[in-house]
Design a protein around this ligand. Structure first.
Ligand code: FA5
Length: 340
């Protein structure tokens, strides 16, 4: 027998056995296939092996090597079919059982924190009113957090009990310790120091105060600072901008009011409240920029004038989404966070 003929027989046998073991749907048909192909006496593999004696003597070595390969291949196919049935697979291919109509395993997709979403929206609204966004550092020096804002050395706002001073910085900078900024008004100064008038910016970011946490206070919170400096600016402009902003973010039906107040860096000054649940809740401070502040940054108060405001971002977001406790934002409870 020619070698080619023998090898052809082996190949045919290998693919037939593969097919038989692969399609065995239960242990009975698998056993029948095993006897047919691997049976010690009557098996088809055995029958082919017997043919090997008829192969030309010079080719027997090659025939034997190929026979051993095919034998291993058929035994492996039988082993795989045995494991498949033991795993509970009762048919040919598991794919046949795949139900395309079943719902998939949902992936938990993350999302932006409600305060981050609020910041983006506030930037959007103020952008439409012509204010561009500026940034400043969260670790500040006394000049930007106090002095340039007309808050002198002896002012109670600088009390260590009301601020997070950095003790390590104290060692390196002598008697002017750095601090975590207590307000975003610092950015007013930084922008004016570096930009000639006119100026029309907002700045959104974190501020820090050692306030005890309650429903409306948190030791770390966010503010949106606004600053507009030009030649002719009045308190009416300030009120219009804040009313437009509040109507845009909180809805046209929101009631806001301006209360006379005091800030060292504005004159006159107001506090701004919204109405919610039968009470007025303060959400920001504002006023006309004090001439001393303009002077501190090198502007001429005879030439330019402006207004500034600082609003609590959490308080705005709370009113918008009817959240009655600021602490919810920072508990990191996904059941709360996933609602936004
Ligand atoms: C200021 O911080 C001034 N820098 C605002 C300002 C800017 C006035 C420019 C004039 C010109 P005040 O301390 O009132 O002001 O804080 C402003 C707002 O921040 C408050 O109305 C409130 O909405 C929010 N806020 C203050 N403290 C907290 C706190 N502990 N937790 C959450 N929000 C707070």
């Amino acid at each position: 027998m020619a070698l080619a003929e023998f090898l052809q027989q082996l190949d045919d046998l290998a693919s037939a056995a593969d097919q038989a073991f692969g399609s065995a749907g239960d242990s009975d048909s698998l056993e029948a296939a095993r006897v047919e192909y691997l049976g010690a006496k009557q098996g088809r593999l055995k029958a082919v092996q017997k043919q090997m004696g008829r192969v030309d003597p010079g080719d027997r070595r090659s025939a034997g090597m190929r026979f051993n390969q095919v034998k291993q291949q058929i035994e492996a196919a039988f082993q795989a079919a045995t494991e498949r049935l033991a795993d509970g697979g009762s048919t040919v291919q598991q794919g046949a059982h795949f139900d395309h109509s079943l719902p998939g395993t949902p992936l938990r997709v993350g999302r932006l924190h409600p305060i981050t979403q609020t910041i983006e929206e506030l930037k959007d609204i103020m952008g439409r009113l012509g204010f561009s966004a500026a940034e400043g550092p969260e670790i500040e020096d006394q000049w930007h957090n106090f002095e340039a804002l007309n808050i002198p050395h002896e002012h109670p706002a600088r009390d260590p009990l009301d601020n997070f001073y950095l003790s390590s910085a104290e060692k390196t900078t002598g008697d002017t310790p750095l601090l975590l900024r207590s307000q975003t008004s610092t950015v007013q100064i930084r922008v004016m120091e570096n930009t000639p008038p006119p100026v029309r910016i907002i700045s959104l970011g974190r501020v820090y105060r050692p306030d005890t946490a309650d429903a409306t206070h948190y030791p770390m919170f966010h503010q949106m600072e606004g600053l507009l400096i030009d030649r002719q600016v009045t308190m009416a402009d300030l009120k219009s901008v804040l009313r437009l902003f509040a109507a845009s973010y909180l809805g046209g039906d929101v009631h806001i009011r301006f209360r006379p107040s005091f800030f060292p860096f504005t004159e006159p000054s107001v506090e701004v409240d919204y109405h919610w649940n039968d009470q007025w809740i303060e959400f920001g401070g504002a006023g006309m920029v004090d001439p001393n502040v303009l002077q501190a940054v090198g502007y001429d108060p005879e030439e330019v004038i402006g207004f500034a405001f600082g609003l609590g971002v959490e308080r705005l977001c709370m009113r918008r989404h009817r959240i009655n406790d600021i602490r919810e934002f920072y508990k990191n409870d996904v059941r709360f966070l996933h609602q936004f």
